[in-house]
Design a protein around this ligand. Structure first.
Ligand SMILES: Nc1ncnc2c1ncn2[C@@H]1O[C@H](COP(=O)(O)OP(=O)(O)OP(=O)(O)O)[C@@H](O)[C@H]1O
Ligand SMILES: Cc1ncsc1CCO
Ligand SMILES: [Mg+2]
Length: 269
């Protein structure tokens, strides 16, 4: 499995996929830089007047509801069908899906449009699955990751998609198979937008032609290994954020293969 992730990284670098992002105002800069650093080409295009024209020309689309507004939701409703019609894969980040009824409805509406990958923390995945009610309050997860694994498997099977639940150990499942990604560093939780960055990187791997499971595993392993290397250079969240961009840029396929901690996991659900 680590070798597959490494091959995926090589494929991404050859493809330099154009990744169309409709994302939140907190992380737009962070995720654009992470996409550039890993070897993809980001574009933040979110006006409802233009997304349907842009999406078909991208290699992948990233939809993130972190600072959702009514116009942005309208843009998502145009971009996703345009991407789908053109065969462009897309990934959904249901940021804080359980925090308000507006977000929950939007996240569930988008999930029902069947992204190739749905990536969230445990609380977000439980919310989208309809198994958390409105219990989660903010953008950080309030549920143990393991609690969301069964919900992820059920959601993956019901929608025919890949679901990735991130946390100290990430869990990626298509409902039949599951893979645990045990890379990463606690500093990832001390900088905003690292989950959104994980989602954007998954988008880059989708854009390089990887199927959902492989794209999600490669994206999370790449971020996790880069974070481990960055943490060794950093003295806190500020320098970590910068070092992470350097580490994403410097990460080569053999190093990813050597450091990725991937293991089959029970699919559950
Ligand atoms: N305790 C931890 N130790 C190591 N890695 C972690 C830990 N917690 C999260 N990560 C990693 O951080 C990245 C982001 O995952 P996380 O679940 O924190 O996303 P999130 O809650 O959506 O974040 P955000 O809302 O800030 O964007 C993932 O790559 C995950 O593997
Ligand atoms: C802090 C924050 N608030 C809305 S989106 C976001 C970035 C992390 O998801
Ligand atoms: Mg998040």
């Amino acid at each position: 499995m680590p070798r597959q992730a490494a091959a995926a990284l090589e494929r991404l670098r050859l493809a330099t996929p154009l990744v169309h992002n409709i994302t939140n105002v907190v992380v737009a800069n962070v995720t654009a830089n992470a996409l550039l650093a890993v070897g993809a080409s980001p574009a933040m295009v979110q006006a409802e007047e233009e997304v349907a024209d842009f999406a078909p020309h991208a290699a992948a689309l990233v939809v993130n509801i972190g600072t959702l507004t009514a116009p942005q939701l309208r843009a998502m409703r145009r971009a996703v069908p345009a991407a789908r019609a053109a065969g462009v894969p897309w990934v959904l980040d249901p940021v804080a899906a359980g925090a308000t009824p507006f977000r929950l409805a939007a996240a569930q509406e988008m999930a029902a449009l069947r992204p190739a990958v749905l990536r969230g923390n445990a609380s977000e995945i439980l919310a989208v699955a309809g198994e958390a009610g409105l219990a989660s309050r903010g953008v950080d997860s309030a549920h143990p990751t393991a609690m969301a694994h069964a919900a992820a498997a059920r959601l993956a099977r019901a929608l025919g998609i890949t679901v990735a639940v991130t946390g100290a150990v990430d869990h990626v499942t298509d409902g039949e198979r599951a893979v645990a990604v045990a890379n990463g560093h606690p500093l990832l939780t001390r900088v905003t937008g690292m989950g959104c960055t994980a989602t954007a990187l998954i988008g880059a791997f989708l854009g390089a032609g990887l199927p959902g499971m492989a794209a999600a595993v490669a994206g999370l392993a790449t971020l996790g290994v880069a974070a481990e290397r960055a943490a060794g250079q950093a003295c806190g969240p500020g320098s970590f954020q910068v070092a992470l961009l350097d580490a994403l840029h410097a990460l080569e396929a053999p190093a990813l293969a050597a450091s990725a901690r991937l293991a089959p996991a029970p699919a559950g659900g």
